[in-house]
Design a protein around this ligand. Structure first.
Ligand SMILES: Nc1ncnc2c1ncn2[C@@H]1O[C@H](COP(=O)(O)OP(=O)(O)OP(=O)(O)O)[C@@H](O)[C@H]1O
Length: 264
């Protein structure tokens, strides 16, 4: 099996490798069923880690544990050296952990710029009510974030009128407005048309490169992941089957058997 617990200090791709996330024996059971089964790994600062696996492998459940939506039944979690195992989601977010969801979380009846403005306001601790009454669409931070996700030209559009691809970019913008250190992207290409995927991939690449974020991404579009990810974490039946660079992970006989067995 490809090693699931590499050294936290081994250099990869010439980068310094202070662990940004440490998952230690992370497990979650519900109703007697083990959904996440003893997952241990470290993720380096600035790394792009893709979490893959057949349907029902436990990828989203793992993200729920990392973001704090669910509490582990066993194990420990560290963010940049801080034990966050028992912290609720909003405290993890304050420490720099951001997440997008499979379902859209934008306000459809507000403009793109106003949606980003709300996220900027939320970070600076001011109330949504104040923003809606008093603040215009604009501001350098809003522009910076919209530029980064290539949505500046749609700042005045209603979020509900955006294409699926542009909605995903907006979700990313909402995340970036909070200046996260780690972002969890749960199937960002879901529902996006084939014609929009290339641009979305470029946006995610830019965000990773220019923001210097650590990225964890669940995605079923393998051709996209193999090109973007530093490493693949392959899950199967809740456990970590392999953790390695994409070529090594995909050549692992256990990974191939897991995918063939589930006929993806
Ligand atoms: N709250 C819950 N209660 C009971 N079972 C659950 C719960 N949440 C998830 N599961 C089960 O845990 C398993 C893993 O689900 P999860 O959504 O994490 O998988 P996944 O790898 O993200 O799948 P997909 O690729 O289809 O999104 C599934 O069998 C699912 O039915």
């Amino acid at each position: 099996m490809t090693s699931p617990t590499p050294s936290a200090t081994a250099p990869r791709n010439g980068r310094a490798t202070a662990p940004m996330l440490v998952l230690d024996d992370l497990s979650w059971s519900v109703g007697g069923a083990v959904i996440v089964d003893g997952v241990s790994m470290t993720v380096d600062e600035g790394e792009f880690l893709a979490v893959i696996g057949p349907n029902g492998a436990g990828k989203t459940s793992l993200f729920n544990l990392v973001s704090g939506l669910t509490r582990p039944t066993r194990g420990r979690l560290e963010l940049a050296g801080t034990d966050i195992t028992r912290l609720p989601p909003h405290r993890r977010a304050r420490l720099g952990l951001g997440r997008t969801f499979q379902t859209s979380s934008v306000f459809a009846d507000l403009s793109v710029g106003a949606n980003v403005g709300l996220a900027v306001q939320a970070r600076s601790g001011e109330s949504r009510r104040f923003w809606r009454r008093a603040a215009p669409v604009g501001g350098p931070e809003i522009s910076r974030v919209l530029d980064l996700v290539r949505l500046s030209h749609r700042a005045e559009a209603l979020a509900g009128d955006l294409s699926h691809g542009d909605k995903r970019k907006l979700e990313l913008a909402l995340l970036l407005a909070r200046e996260p250190r780690v972002i969890l992207l749960d199937e960002p290409m879901a529902g996006v048309s084939a014609g929009e995927i290339g641009e979305l991939v470029e946006v995610i690449r830019t965000v990773h490169r220019e923001q210097g974020c650590t990225v964890l991404m669940v995605e079923h579009h393998m051709e996209v992941l193999l090109d973007m990810a530093d490493r693949l974490a392959v899950m199967h039946h809740g456990a970590l089957l392999a953790l390695a660079d994409p070529d090594t992970a995909m050549a692992d006989p256990q990974v191939q058997a897991a995918y063939l067995g589930d006929a993806l």
